[in-house]
Design a binder for this molecule. Structure first.
Ligand SMILES: O=P(O)(O)OC[C@H]1O[C@H](OP(=O)(O)O)[C@H](O)[C@@H]1O
Length: 307
């Protein structure tokens, strides 16, 4: 249990972050938990695993990779503890493998849309968007990146360090500089926390303003999203909850001010009209095809057991 609580806390505090990694970490933690417990029978096994899944689900509310990963792991079968344990572990390994392969495949697919000499703008720190940039660079394309800081957590610093390590020429700008540099940009490439049934994107706060600027400048806007970032819940009419994080992230010491309230939404919504293409592991699709991805790739998961 300690290990599971530790992973849950790391996800909550964003020591483990990025939608793909959150999903893989949760799948791994559930597997380790299931392998370590010593229940008296299958009912107790199911109850303990349900409780563990619930703890992980409650760490961060927005990224659907978390609930999709847990849903996939929780589709285990077994009438007694050992078979259930084995089945759960297999599902967890399957999710991790699917995730890693998807990130690589999206790199290949998305990189075909990047031309030699392109300037790419990226926001926050998306391992999947970076996979596209790296694959294009490794294929010999001379790319340059403009990365935003991504306040308040400055994930842009992680992005520029990674790009620097790969030897890719990069400029770091404050988030509000996007409109000033957008005319130098050939394409925007961002990751995703959620893609909805209508093809809209939920991603790091600031993404929607970047999409608006790109739309006005006629700059292509590409989303890099594995199919498990698509939300089956939105097909059932649910709205995506937007995580509101602590005020101190924006203004340390805010509690000393009496009449000021900080608002710190971690994500925003980019309407599908501003998205040119979503690169998934099953192809580069227009956002309007999101409904089909949910039906065909995740349809079965909608029936899965979610605690
Ligand atoms: O899965 P990958 O592409 O790595 O990241 C996807 C998204 O996850 C991040 O959220 P946070 O920093 O965890 O809040 C960012 O919003 C990023 O675009």
């Amino acid at each position: 249990m300690d290990q599971l609580l530790d992973t849950a806390e790391k996800i909550r505090s964003m020591e483990i972050r990025g939608a793909a990694l959150i999903g893989r970490a949760a799948a791994g933690a559930l597997k380790e938990f299931a392998l370590a417990i010593d229940p008296s029978g299958i009912e107790e096994f199911n109850a303990q695993v349900d409780m563990a899944a619930d703890i992980l689900l409650n760490t961060r509310p927005t990224a659907v990779s978390l609930s999709n990963a847990i849903r996939m792991v929780m589709r285990y079968r077994g009438d007694e503890v050992e078979s259930a344990r084995t089945s759960l572990a297999k599902n967890a390994d399957g999710f991790v493998e699917r995730s890693l392969m998807a990130v690589e495949r999206i790199g290949e697919i998305g990189s075909r849309r990047v031309r030699d000499g392109d300037v790419i703008l990226t926001h926050c720190n998306s391992s999947v968007a970076l996979s596209i940039i790296k694959t294009a660079f490794d294929a010999g394309k001379d790319v340059k990146v403009i990365a935003t800081e991504s306040r308040p957590r400055y994930q842009g610093h992680l992005t520029v360090k990674t790009l620097d390590g790969w030897g890719i020429e990069t400029e770091l700008v404050v988030d509000s500089a996007v409109r000033s540099v957008i005319n130098e940009v050939d394409e925007v490439i961002v990751g995703a926390d959620v893609v909805t049934a209508s093809g809209s994107l939920v991603n790091k706060i600031g993404t929607a303003a970047i999409a608006l600027a790109a739309h006005e400048a006629r700059t292509s806007f590409m989303v890099a999203a594995e199919t498990y970032k698509f939300s089956p819940e939105t097909l059932m009419g649910e709205l995506v909850p937007i995580e509101e994080r602590a005020a101190e992230e924006v203004y340390p010491g805010i509690s000393e001010l009496k009449h000021v309230r900080v608002r710190n939404p971690a994500f925003d919504v980019t309407p599908h009209q501003y998205i040119d293409v979503i690169c998934t592991e099953v192809g580069a699709i227009p956002p309007e095809m999101s409904y089909l991805v949910i039906k065909e790739m995740l349809g079965w998961e909608m029936e899965g057991r979610v605690p």
